[in-house]
Design a protein around this ligand. Structure first.
Ligand SMILES: Nc1nc2c(c(=O)[nH]1)N[C@H]1C(S)=C(S)[C@@H](COP(=O)(O)O)O[C@H]1N2
Ligand SMILES: [Mo]
Length: 552
């Protein structure tokens, strides 16, 4: 018998859960979609706020144990963030479907309690991250209210709540079919008449379709706001100041011009990106400021315009990630434009007790390095890379760049504060997570061409080439070893700045067969790169990059 042919009383005479499970799942999913879309929209309008999904995802990122994080990065590569967001969304969808089913079977208030729990999780996850303070839970709160309202509306339109609750109540006392209507006492009649209101599937589905369509439109608008929003447009309007001390181009001979080897300057579009941010923070320039605070005599607050008015220098600096494996590509070189950090701190007057400079991001990330690193090197509050305002991914509107140390202790993107403190008083983001307090970049070299596992032509001239780096000590020598032969000195790109990597190459005429090629570099102080293998944690990988190629 199909449901259309049932009379209302026949509907009621069935089990207390007449509405099939999927009605509840639809109610839950549509309500959740509405709530989440509103959350995204609020976060899209007020760019300093995180949407509920992103807040929860960020909490997960901040708290997953390192082995799990390493596994995720190894398995999903740079898609790890998309996978995590997908998992949060999937869990949310499951939860939403269950909440909807509970509501339809047990009554609206059970559904509302479920939504309340999810809302509380979202609100809690948003707290204490970044600089949005007390407003941070707003997207989750409003999203939760909207989801609750949507669920109530759906159940009302489908006559679901009432029927469900009554049926359950009935089933707890006596089975509904044992209650002939005429046998009910008079005071039970109003309840009974509502009891007879059959679930209205058509109205329910229509409303669910409407709610879902609304959520899709609002979600789309939120996405558009995020992408096309204020920050991106503002960035395009920026006219970069000219450097007070412009830097001439590096000598042409820094570039050895071997096809397949990394160019001296890494194109911005290919520059590696590493950060904990699930979605790239979009900074509103009209409210953004950079504060220099903590153990200083004169705290400084700069607007973006004020930052741009400061004397600007250019510097060519190679930055690297501590998580770069031997032979990996989490490293790049750019021409950075910014104001000198040492000058800025001189103005602020660093107190003698401070030994740590902490960069804090608008999203709460922190990285700290010793005040002693300001030894005259070109540490910058950078506003541009390779001649363009910093792309959002790389820290717009400002970031720190400190030559010689890994990014996790220094290169804070979306910079909002520079705090002078002590190592005893404060640990940057990665330190309690098991990474080393100090992060000097280790001397390393990489073979870019030929590729590991590739085939080359026996008897022809095959250039072996790559890059070597040891900022800020510089590179003095690169050697290549083929099979178990002698170490042969490679040709180096022209000596330029010790803060950058150096290209190297060696021509080779392979005999046919399988060959192993290893590379090692010697830094500007005469220390040769160790062959001892070390993993990336806790302070950077070591070992010689070694590849196998086949000549035929
Ligand atoms: N706000 C913020 N800044 C950050 C990070 C981060 O997670 N959040 N990661 C750091 C790390 S570990 C590295 S290696 C560099 C990478 O900079 P890039 O993404 O511009 O290459 O940024 C640093 N700055
Ligand atoms: Mo990093």
């Amino acid at each position: 018998m199909s449901s259309q042919t049932k009379t209302p009383s026949q509907e009621l005479a069935g089990s207390p859960t007449r509405s099939p499970w999927w009605i509840g799942a639809i109610a839950g999913l549509a309500s959740a979609a509405a709530g989440l879309a509103i959350g995204e929209l609020i976060a899209g309008i007020w760019t300093s706020l995180e949407s509920p999904v992103v807040s929860v995802g960020n909490r997960v990122v901040d708290n997953v144990p390192r082995p799990l994080k390493t596994w995720a990065i190894e398995t999903f590569g740079t898609n790890d963030k998309a996978v995590l967001l997908g998992m949060v969304a999937l869990l949310l969808a499951l939860g939403a479907a269950l909440i909807g089913m509970l509501a339809v079977r047990r009554g609206l208030r059970f559904g509302l309690i479920g939504i309340g729990i999810f809302t509380a999780v979202g609100m809690l996850a948003s707290l204490g991250r970044g600089t949005s303070g007390l407003l941070a839970p707003l997207p989750s709160l409003v999203g939760g209210l909207v989801a609750g309202a949507a669920l109530a509306l759906l159940m009302y339109r489908g006559n679901l709540d009432f029927a469900g609750e009554q049926a359950v109540a009935g089933s707890q006392t006596q089975p509904a079919q044992a209650l002939p209507a005429q046998a009910l006492p008079a005071q039970a009649l109003p309840a009974q008449s509502m009891l007879l209101k059959a679930p209205n599937r058509r109205q329910f589905l229509g409303t669910a379709a409407g709610v879902t369509a609304g959520a899709v439109v609002i979600g789309g608008a939120a996405r558009w706001l995020r992408n096309q929003g204020a920050a991106a447009a503002e960035r395009l309007k920026i006219v970069l100041p000219r450097a007070t001390q412009p830097l001439p181009d590096p000598p042409a001979a820094v570039e050895l011009g071997v096809a397949g080897a990394a160019p001296f300057f890494t194109p911005t579009s290919e520059f590696y990106r590493i950060d904990t941010a699930l979605t790239v923070p979009r900074v509103d320039l009209s409210t953004w400021t950079l504060e220099v605070m903590g153990e200083v005599s004169t705290p400084i607050t700069l607007s973006y315009e004020q930052l741009l008015e400061r004397p600007m220098i250019e510097a060519d600096i190679t930055i690297a990630c501590v998580s770069n494996e031997v032979g990996g590509d989490l490293i790049g070189t750019a021409r950075w434009l910014g104001c000198r950090l040492d000058d800025l701190l001189k103005e602020a007057g660093v107190s003698a007790t401070a030994d740590q400079i902490v960069g804090r991001s608008v999203d709460g990330f922190t990285a700290g390095f010793p005040t002693a690193l300001l030894d005259g090197r070109d540490a910058l509050v950078a506003i541009a890379m390779n001649g363009e305002p910093l792309p959002a991914k790389h820290g717009f509107p400002a970031r720190l760049i400190v030559p010689g140390v890994y990014g996790y202790v220094s290169a804070t993107k979306w910079l909002s504060q520079i705090e002078l403190t002590t190592f005893e008083a404060f640990q940057g983001y990665w330190i309690p997570r098991g990474w080393s307090v100090d992060g000097p970049i280790k001397t390393q070299s990489r073979i870019d061409t030929p590729r590991n596992g590739s085939r080359v032509t026996a008897g022809s001239t095959v250039p072996i080439a790559g890059v070597a780096w040891a900022p800020i000590r510089g590179i003095s020598k690169v050697e290549v070893r083929i099979d178990n032969g002698e170490w042969q000195e490679a040709t180096l790109g022209e000596e330029y700045q010790a803060t950058t990597w150096r290209q190297w190459k060696l021509d080779w005429k392979p005999s046919s067969g399988e060959h192993k090629i290893a590379v090692r570099a010697t830094d500007g102080e005469g220390a040769t790169q160790t062959d001892q293998l070390a993993p990336v944690a806790p302070d950077g990988a070591t070992g010689w990059h070694t590849i196998t190629v086949y000549a035929e």
